[in-house]
Design a protein around this ligand. Structure first.
Ligand code: FAD
Length: 476
């Protein structure tokens, strides 16, 4: 059992690792090192004086599954139940999702009726795609791109329109480059174990445990599709930081790790700008590429694998309109790359979370997501792009897709460089080879965070919990 653990990176992954370390019965000394001025990483919310909340990173967390239950358990323990903003199953933001294709908005089909007849933008009833999946033979390939997998099982149209858009919505990525095994492990496993994706999803592989709490039971009873917090998602990071300080965790902001060296006693020396921290074990919660930069020269084989995990930039444009009405109501719409590769989609934030509107006003908040895997070809270098260009592009999209002609009353443009890791074809081989290297070399180093096994907030928290369990040799 290590006596001192240094956690590097104060995003949700690093904070969750500290949380699980700090609440273990024999908690080691925990030091968190964060490069920037604040903790939370991509959990970034702006709260304006008139009560509006604008999310620049994640805006909704799914409650489903073991990982969703675990996050809700943590939220309860942090005393945030009263701040939860749920989106119940019968809410329009749960039921209605749209695609913008061939110059028009289309509601994604739901219910049996929607599957039995052709619903634009699809030319054939989706029933036929489902039938194809039930009849198609299973592949034995170790991995495939998401596009190739869906083409083979459900047909080209579902891959080109629906799944192309989904990958842009979740990973800001290109389904022709992303790996089905790593991005959608449930689909990959379903084909492996049941020969059909639909059968595999329906029959499942048994319920994974996850920590139950009154909140997770409520989420199930009310069929929440997602939830947020009254103060925005960043308040989760703020609450975690307060919990950690109370438990004696040392939190250091403005503390970028410059270089990681093995110490004389088998532990680590972490070189910072103004000193050195020593630790028996390091939990790296920074992006794979950032870790590659600080590893010692002798760990080059590990650094080489880490450098092969790329990440894409996304421009997040928050817009607020006064007295405007949307032509449709729902979570938002995605845009397939064949329609406009530079525009990933538009989230109708006010529909899911009206509590985040400015007080006493009929304002409408939207978020336009731009770039992703197409950032450079669309806008050039993310470090050099003019915010005014992105704002204009976002406003044009809102005008064309939603018919909102007026100028927004408030706007915020953020360019997040390398913010979403891309699990490209063969990602599973890279993560396996990384694990082998760590074991073979006996390195007291755990790698967690969005770069490896899931980009959602739930996945990041789950990766932290699993790493701490392995490190302490006991379930968290
Ligand atoms: P990060 O948040 O990147 O944190 C890493 C931290 O390490 C940062 O604070 C950084 O400053 C620090 N750091 C880097 N280098 C060093 C160093 N050398 N020394 C010390 N510190 C260092 N997920 C959802 O579930 N739902 C959503 O709706 C959703 N929407 C998203 C929208 C956007 C625009 C983005 C970008 C992501 C979204 N995600 C969403 C994904 C999710 O938010 C992220 O995957 C997750 O927050 C990543 O957390 P992390 O802690 O692994 O990494």
């Amino acid at each position: 059992m290590p006596r001192t653990v240094a956690v590097v990176g104060g995003g949700i992954s690093g904070l969750a690792a500290c949380y699980h370390l700090a609440r273990s019965p024999q908690a080691p000394k925990v030091v968190l090192l964060e490069a920037s001025a604040r903790v939370g990483g991509w959990l970034q919310s702006t709260r304006t004086e008139d009560g509006a909340v604008f999310e620049h990173g994640p805006r909704g967390i799914r409650p489903a599954g073991a990982v969703g239950r675990d996050t809700l358990h943590m939220v309860s323990e942090l005393g945030l139940e009263g701040d939860i903003l749920p989106v119940p199953g019968d809410h329009p933001a749960s039921r209605n999702r749209f695609l913008y294709a061939r110059g028009a908005l289309h509601k994604l089909p739901s219910g049996l009726g929607g599957l039995l007849r052709p619903v634009p933008p699809f030319s054939r009833a989706l029933f036929w795609s489902g039938l194809r999946d039930l009849l198609a033979p299973a592949s034995t390939q170790p991995d495939e791109t998401v596009h190739a997998f869906v083409c083979r099982r459900f047909g080209e149209e579902v891959a080109d329109i629906a799944v192309d858009s989904l990958c842009r919505g979740v990973f800001a990525g290109d389904c022709r480059a992303l790996s089905v095994r790593s991005c959608f492990p449930a689909l990959f496993e379903a084909e492996r174990h049941r020969r059909s994706v639909l059968l595999g999803l329906v029959l499942g592989r048994g319920k994974k445990p996850g920590a139950e709490s009154p909140l997770s039971r409520r989420a199930r009873a009310e069929r929440w599709s997602q939830w947020s917090l009254r103060g925005g998602m960043e308040s989760l990071a703020v609450a975690l930081a307060a919990f950690l300080r109370q438990r004696g965790v040392e939190l250091h902001c403005h503390a970028p790790l410059r270089c990681l060296r093995r110490g004389p006693g088998g532990g680590w020396q972490l070189a910072l700008a103004d000193g050195t921290v020593t630790a028996d074990h390091v939990v790296s919660a920074i992006p794979a590429g950032a870790l590659a930069e600080v590893l010692p020269a002798e760990a080059e084989p590990l650094a080489r694998e880490l450098r092969h995990i790329p990440a894409v930039a996304v421009a997040v444009v928050n817009l607020q309109y006064e007295g405007a009405k949307l032509p449709v109501t729902g979570f938002g719409h995605l845009v397939p790359s064949s329609e406009d590769s530079s525009l990933l989609g538009i989230v109708y934030d006010s529909v899911a979370f009206p509590e985040h509107n400015r007080s006493g006003a009929t304002s409408l908040r939207l978020t336009v997501m731009l770039g992703g895997a197409w950032f450079t070809q669309s806008f050039g270098d993310p470090a050099a792009v003019a915010p005014s260009l992105l704002l204009r592009r976002a406003q044009d999209a809102v005008r064309a897709h939603l018919g909102l002609e007026a100028a927004p009353s408030h706007s915020i443009v953020k360019v997040h460089k390398a913010c979403i890791p891309q699990y490209t074809l063969g990602h599973w081989r890279r993560t396996e080879s990384i694990s082998h290297y760590l074991t073979e070399q006996g390195l007291p180093l755990s790698l967690i965070g969005a770069s490896y096994a899931g980009v959602s907030v739930n996945d990041c928290i789950a990766s932290a919990k699993a790493a701490v369990s392995r490190l302490l040799g006991q379930p968290c």
